[in-house]
Design a binder for this molecule. Structure first.
Ligand code: ATP
Ligand code: MG
Length: 563
């Protein structure tokens, strides 16, 4: 992350780590991990966790592992594993040789469970799911002991071995920790450690296992096995921390990581839940996990968001324990700031109207030179061909307008960006009165600058009709039109808040010639229009498709004020 000049703000987790280093805890090591479950693609919330875990490791000369928490095989698969690896790498982080799977530890976890049974800390329970729920009690009422709680160690050992051997059906038995059915913390009321899942194929271990360890049990032990020092997770796990510690203490493990919770990122107008994102994919609301409207990392990449801008966003929102909901405008402004600095400028006409320069020779092409960036000269220049027939944007012309309209008006002048001043002499319409062509004349003395005494304020963009290339431009907007689509108490389904105008496809656009060899995935500023990314899946040879990454200014702020 060397090229970035971000000033890292302190936060409570840094304070804890710095305190630990000072005390010499963990031999002053810092070792974190990012532990996704491969049951979907990563989203912007995960980006926060990735930046935090890998970022802290970088900053304190530590290490960060990538570990897949893969204990729930029927929801997980290899496609998700691959996508997650790609996304973490693209965000700019490197786990080196420390790619792990919880399933790597299944054998060890099994032996730890045997140890718990031998110590009298775990038992095999035959209650069914409904009975388990009934015995668990509620937040206000204590639970009841399972009738199987006092099985002998020998019987438990035998039953647990037979669970592994596949003798029992799904749901007929569970291995449970023997803790306290009256604990005020429901998580401590004899939680499940192993459940039976017959006949599922696990993406890493195939059909080797028919019992699978539960998340709470697996997570703390995986952390311990890997020598993690600080196990960072989101706040909903705070109530699970006693259990995290209970397993490690009961097994008397030397490596006992410290679990620290921070608040989840909730981004307005977006959804940060794999399950809900999966619904959008499954119900074909979007074109896959990497649809540019998705709050997934792969969607944002395809939309044209630079990885550095996402990292900057994660830094800016900070890390606290307070519940929060981050304004979309903060993400947008990180994207804009980055692209303003780094995106080359080009000209593209999204809604073309033809302009004929009547005093310009037919068949002539002039190679005008345009800077690729207004401030950064090192980004160089490019050739933009000027010809008699051009396109400008329909919105940049009016037959009549007052002085506030600083674009082309009949009988008035405007500057064509990087080229000449033109005057509109005539407007040609079809039978329905629709303007089909503007007849203009150009002033050869105005290339690059206004001659003395001449004031032409308006500047508009244009593309040569002869040399421009047809393109499709996808105008993306927010996928939801409610700031909290999935926590709106009034309705029970977030789908109601889908923005029907989240994608408007323009098919008649014309972009300048320099984009003919555009590299898919690269982002440009279409002057005066916004930032646009050449679609990484749909651009092929002469067939150009651009995704609008972000507008030049925050247009939503205005809309919100006016409603
Ligand atoms: P989801 O509900 O989307 O499936 P999850 O928490 O179940 O999210 P995991 O794959 O288990 O997804 O998450 C991996 C890591 O990312 C966890 O440490 C989790 O705490 C963190 N994480 C997930 N969502 C967010 C979020 N919105 N903000 C910050 N961290 C998050
Ligand atoms: Mg999860």
């Amino acid at each position: 992350m060397s090229e970035e000049v971000t000033i890292k703000s302190s936060n409570f987790i840094r304070h804890i780590i710095e305190g630990d280093i000072e005390k010499g805890k963990n031999d002053r090591r810092v070792h974190t991990r990012f532990p996704p479950e491969p049951n979907g693609y990563l989203h912007i919330g995960h980006a926060k966790s990735i930046c935090l875990n890998f970022g802290l490791a970088n900053d304190y000369n530590g290490l960060c592992n990538l570990r897949f928490d893969d204990t729930n095989p029927h929801k997980e698969n290899k496609e998700f594993v691959d996508a997650i690896e790609q996304d973490v790498r693209w965000l700019g982080f490197d786990w080196q040789d420390r790619l792990f799977f919880s399933s790597d530890y299944f054998e060890k976890l099994y032996h730890y469970a045997v140890q718990l049974v031998q110590q009298g800390d775990a038992y095999v329970c035959d209650l069914n799911a409904e009975e388990i729920r009934e015995y668990r009690g509620t937040l206000t009422a204590p639970g009841k002991n399972s009738p199987y709680r006092d099985r002998s160690i020998a019987e438990n050992l035998d039953l647990f071995k037979r669970m592994r051997a596949g003798e029992f059906a799904d749901g007929s038995k569970l291995l449970r920790a023997k803790i306290d059915m009256a604990s005020p913390n429901v998580n401590m009321r004899d939680p499940a450690i192993y459940r039976i899942r017959q006949g599922v194929i696990h993406h890493q271990t195939g059909s080797e296992w028919c019992i699978y360890p539960m998340y709470d049990y697996t997570h703390c032990l995986s952390d311990s096995i890997e020598g993690i020092t600080h196990s960072l997770c989101t706040l909903e796990f705070a109530d699970h921390r006693p259990l995290y510690d209970w397993f490690l203490d009961s097994l008397n493990l030397v490596s006992h990581p410290q679990q620290i919770e921070f608040s989840r990122l909730n981004l307005q107008y977006a959804i940060t839940s794999k399950r809900k994102l999966a619904r959008l994919v499954d119900e074909n609301i979007v074109a896959g996990w990497n649809d540019p409207r998705m709050s997934t990392i792969s969607g944002m990449r395809r939309r044209g968001y630079p990885a550095a801008a996402i990292r900057e966003f994660c830094e800016r929102i900070g890390v606290t324990k307070a519940d929060n909901s981050v304004e979309f405008a903060i993400l947008d402004s990180c994207i804009r700031e980055n692209l303003n600095e780094n995106a080359p400028r080009v000209m593209a006409v999204l809604d073309p109207i033809k302009v004929v320069i009547t005093n310009y020779p037919e068949g002539k092409t002039e190679e005008l030179i345009a800077p690729n960036h207004p401030q950064n000269e090192s980004m160089g220049t490019r050739v933009v061909p000027f010809t008699r027939d051009l396109y400008i944007d329909r919105a940049d012309f009016k037959e009549e307008a007052n002085n506030k309209f600083k674009r082309l008006v009949k009988d008035k002048e405007v500057r064509l960006r990087n080229a000449y001043v033109i005057r509109c002499d005539d407007v040609i319409k079809d039978h329905d009165g629709e303007i089909i062509e503007l007849r203009c004349s150009y002033d050869p003395a105005t290339l690059g600058a206004n001659p003395e005494g001449r004031k032409v304020k308006g500047v508009i963009h244009w593309v040569s009709a002869e040399h421009g290339i047809k393109a499709q431009v996808r105008m993306y907007d927010r996928l939801f039109n409610h700031p909290h689509p999935d926590s709106d108490k009034e309705v029970d389904d977030f789908m109601i808040h889908l923005n029907p105008e989240s994608l408007i496809t323009l098919t008649e656009c014309v972009v300048e010639q320099s984009l003919s060899n555009v590299i898919p995935g690269s982002v440009y500023q279409f002057e005066r229009e916004g930032y646009f990314c050449a679609d990484s899946e749909l651009c092929q040879n002469e067939h150009l498709v651009f995704n609008r990454t972000v507008t030049l200014r925050d247009t939503w702020a205005k809309i919100q004020q006016s409603v």
